[in-house]
Design a protein around this ligand. Structure first.
Ligand code: GCB
Length: 601
């Protein structure tokens, strides 16, 4: 396949970026068929002309914005539209409309003409709109978004229909989820309009290595829209110094003498996240691609960054907050990074879907390591392993790598979270998805999926480079019995080790804790229990830290919303911080550990 680039919209001497964020018109298609919008062709007119509209912020999830329970829990099509103008001087430029993400399935029209569709909730998509745009008057963009999760979507889900009309209204159905997070929906990230010249830079791929004190930078530029006449490539340091300059080469390998490496901030507190910029000029189209020079490798007992052992002091996260749901919010991003650093964390996993590019930028710049996870969460049913799922899963991995391939923060791809890897169907499935992932990533980062399987029953971890295991001893099993945690976790780690000579990260362990709830001696759901529970895990981690355990990631960074169910009290409360990003007692406990461990290594 010929891959299309999905470079982040950055402005430059040759490119203009304009945002379409703001208040849009909005309406859910709440008709009994949930399809009236298509019968009435809502995209052909302003939404206001076909019925009443709500005001909906973009970016944001729509679920928690209004006071309407039906909209919070809505399943089906919702519609957004707004007016926009295109500057007349854009006439000779390519005009691109780009969505950072929309959950789950999206169709986009401009001035009543369909311009693109996208399948999947957490990755960007874009299209040129020159053919339909009006440069001398208003334009209208209409977006239909459908949040329904089916056995073939990622994450998968299903619809459950009730036909007993004595007990349920006619046509009654509910969305069944296989994931432990609220299925927030809407236009979750920025909407940008941007320009490029007709001959333009479509994609840039940078792969780095280290040779002695030098950085080796391998780059490849893909252009489109005509033969490029002149090419100029330079590498500029963070301080603005041009360190290398090359002419007329769309592809090449260059050396940065006395390179400054990209380090996680705990490994190199004085110089974390050092980034260079590859400045590309193709026939006057200029794009500045940030990158860092670092290597990642896995041995049978270690995870190495720049040849040095790295121990992940991490958190599992969500894009989740009051009111905005999964919507992009710069204040929240800044607070999250500040709180990760307060904890002393040096890594996180994008559990359980790709996070916003603006979050990934901060990971690069601040030197926080990322396990970059696909939306393959909750693949617990045999029907989630069919050929349609497989083809889509491979497309999603391609899109994710296309987006994040140049990021030094990303050190591992996770293709899934807790799939039913005990099913025989999972073997061929993961062999294929993992091989595809390795194939697409030119930097050849390690690939994994996160497992909760029992090592004797698992058929798919044989394909991973590094084992990532989620464990809840003393929570879902032996509830209340923290005294069994050390024994059970030790037996488990040694069990995995007996079948795979691979390093292990515990990617989740955690206990539900209502902030401010106390009971002594400790009792489930209290802050005391969370502290005792976590401490028991830490004792076992300390036993294996010097052997083959290369990381620990608490579940989770903050409390987060889930669907309504009896196990969850207004969401999942395993956060070491509250949903408002304030520490529970366990936050302080974790901070003490992470700070002392990062000072001792
Ligand atoms: C898990 C899942 C995560 C859940 C967590 C829990 O294993 O990976 O999505 O939120 O357990 O709290 O049950």
């Amino acid at each position: 396949v010929l891959l299309k680039g999905i470079l982040y919209p950055l402005d430059s001497e040759s490119r203009t970026v304009k945002t379409l964020d703001g208040m849009w018109n909005f309406r859910a298609d709440a008709s009994s068929s949930r399809n009236q919008s298509f019968v009435d062709q809502w995209w052909t007119k302003p939404l206001e002309a076909t019925g009443p509209v709500l005001t909906m912020p973009v970016p944001s999830s729509y679920n928690d914005i209004t006071t309407d329970k039906n909209l919070r829990d809505f399943v089906g099509w919702v519609w957004y539209d707004r007016e926009f103008f295109v500057p007349a001087n854009w006439i000779n430029q390519r005009i691109i409309l780009r969505f950072g993400s929309a959950h789950y399935y999206a169709i986009v029209w401009v001035n009543g003409q369909q311009v693109m569709t996208h399948d999947g909730g957490h990755l960007p998509f874009e299209g040129a709109i020159n053919a339909v745009v009006n440069l001398s008057g208003p334009n209208r963009v209409t977006v239909a978004v459908n949040n329904t999760l089916l056995p073939t979507t990622l994450p998968p889900g299903s619809l459950s229909f009730q036909h007993d009309v004595k007990r349920y209204p006619v046509g009654y159905f509910t969305q069944q989820l296989q994931i432990d997070f609220f299925n927030y929906a809407g236009i979750h990230r920025h909407v940008h309009l941007y320009t490029t010249p007709q001959t333009y830079i479509d994609d840039i791929t940078i792969v780095t290595s280290i040779s002695g004190g030098d950085g080796i930078v391998n780059y490849e530029i893909i252009t489109a829209g005509g033969a490029p006449e002149a090419v100029q490539v330079s590498i500029v340091s963070k301080e603005g110094q041009t360190v290398v300059q090359l002419y007329n080469q769309l592809q090449g390998t260059v050396t940065i003498p006395n390179v400054r490496l990209w380090w996680p901030y705990t490994s190199m507190p004085s110089d974390p996240g050092y980034m260079y910029t590859l400045v590309v000029n193709v026939s006057g189209d200029i794009y500045r691609q940030p990158f860092g020079v670092r290597t990642v490798a896995v041995t049978d007992t270690q995870l190495l960054i720049n040849g040095r052992p790295f121990y992940c002091l991490g958190v599992g996260k969500h894009e989740d907050a009051d009111i905005r749901g999964r919507g992009l919010d710069y204040a929240l991003i800044a607070r999250d990074f500040n709180m990760m650093k307060w904890l002393g964390a040096n890594c996180f996993r994008t559990s359980h879907y790709p996070y916003a590019e603006e979050i990934m930028d901060q990971a690069d710049l601040q030197g926080i390591v990322v396990i970059d996870e696909s939306p393959g969460a909750g693949m617990s049913q045999v029907q989630n392993f069919g050929p349609i799922s497989l083809a889509h899963h491979k497309d999603v991995m391609t899109e994710l790598i296309q987006r994040d391939k140049n990021r030094p923060s990303v050190i591992i791809w996770s293709v899934a979270n807790e799939p039913a890897s005990n099913l025989s169907e999972a073997e061929a499935y993961f062999r294929d998805v993992i091989a595809h992932t390795r194939d697409v990533d030119k930097a050849k980062r390690p690939v994994t999926f996160v497992t909760d399987a029992d090592y004797p029953n698992d058929v798919a971890t044989q394909f991973v480079d590094i084992l990532c295991v989620n464990r809840y001893y003393g929570w879902y099993t032996d509830t209340g019995h923290t005294e069994v945690i050390q024994l059970q976790l030790s037996a488990d780690l040694e069990g995995w080790r007996s079948v795979h000579q691979k390093p292990i990260i515990i990617t989740e362990y955690g206990a539900g804790t209502v902030s401010g709830l106390h009971e002594y001696p400790e009792f489930v759901f209290t802050e005391e229990y969370q502290n005792t529970f976590i401490s028991e895990y830490h004792k076992t981690f300390d036993k294996y830290r010097t052997q083959f355990l290369v990381g620990e990631m608490v579940w989770s960074f903050t409390d987060f919303m889930t669907q309504q169910e009896v196990r969850r009290v207004v969401g999942n409360k395993k956060g070491v911080l509250t949903r408002q990003r304030q520490p529970k007692a366990a936050g302080h406990l974790l901070r003490a550990r992470y700070l002392s461990l990062s000072n001792s290594t």
